[in-house]
Ligand binder design. Structure first.
Ligand code: ADP
Ligand code: ADP
Length: 225
């Protein structure tokens, strides 16, 4: 999938300009969206996932247009927000089963097979009977990624993926995403920690106070710095 961000600006009702004429192209593989707090990363992501409209500019996902094809775009997207929490009494496997049914998988048999596959992939099979909200922080994050991916989205958007995770969980999380990025998907990761993602992304963009300060490969970023 080719995502074409064209001259995007966002001005909030209070006059704050969070995005200023940002243009970017994002292809398959892992894309890193870098920038300090307040740079505009979340604003850009909220626009991409159709939760917020831009003040100016447009985005295309292949031939789908953000202005006219919201429904189609939502169908191909998976979004894992930063402050993802489980307000649920469901067991870990039930939570994924529910996510799979929301993603439109009607057959119980197929759902259960998918749930088991994903529990294995993210290393939660052994705790599948545990209440989802009693899992550790890192486990919850992994359950979040499984929930996001169980519907086979073509574009995956992950906000600050490794915040609050210990080093071991960070590596684990990155490995899960690397594996997925071998397939025909686009993964967009946002972070304020460069070292977090530069090793796994094939291209990067750097936002600073709403403006695009850099876009290119991790290598080019290092050479410029
Ligand atoms: P980041 O995700 O990079 O931290 P954000 O997109 O959250 O950046 O924020 C960009 C700027 O816009 C910041 O100055 C932030 O305070 C401001 N901002 C974000 N959301 C709103 C809002 N709803 N109303 C007004 N200003 C906002
Ligand atoms: P992020 O980690 O995305 O930068 P923030 O802490 O900046 O998150 O924002 C959290 C929430 O507060 C968001 O919904 C954002 O829209 C809102 N927000 C952020 N800055 C402002 C602001 N200056 N005025 C109003 N709302 C804001």
């Amino acid at each position: 999938m080719q995502i074409k961000i064209d001259s995007l600006s966002k001005v909030y009702p209070n006059g704050k300009k969070a995005l200023d004429n940002v243009s970017l192209e994002i292809g398959n593989g892992m894309f890193g969206l870098l920038g300090p707090n307040g740079a505009g990363k979340s604003s850009l992501m909220r626009i991409l996932v159709t939760l917020m409209e831009p003040s100016q500019g447009n985005v295309k996902f292949d031939s789908f247009d953000l202005k006219t094809d919201r429904k189609e775009i939502r169908n191909i997207l998976g979004y894992l927000p930063q402050d993802f929490r489980f307000f649920t009494k469901l067991k870990t496997w039930e939570f994924l089963d529910y996510a799979a049914s929301l993603a439109g998988i009607r057959s119980k048999k197929i759902r259960h097979k998918k749930v088991d596959e994903w529990l294995e992939k993210v290393g939660l099979f052994d705790v599948r009977e545990r209440d989802a909200n009693k899992l550790s922080g890192g486990m919850k994050r992994r359950l979040g990624i499984a929930q996001t991916l169980i519907g086979d989205p073509k574009v995956i958007i992950v906000d600050e993926p490794t915040t609050g995770l210990d080093p071991e969980e960070r590596i684990r999380f990155r490995n899960i995403l690397s594996e997925i990025s071998q397939q025909e998907v686009t993964i967009i990761l946002s972070t304020h920690i460069v070292g977090d993602i530069s090793s796994v992304c094939n291209s990067l963009a750097l936002l600073n106070t709403g403006q695009l300060a850099f876009s290119g490969s991790p290598q080019e970023l290092i050479e410029q710095a």
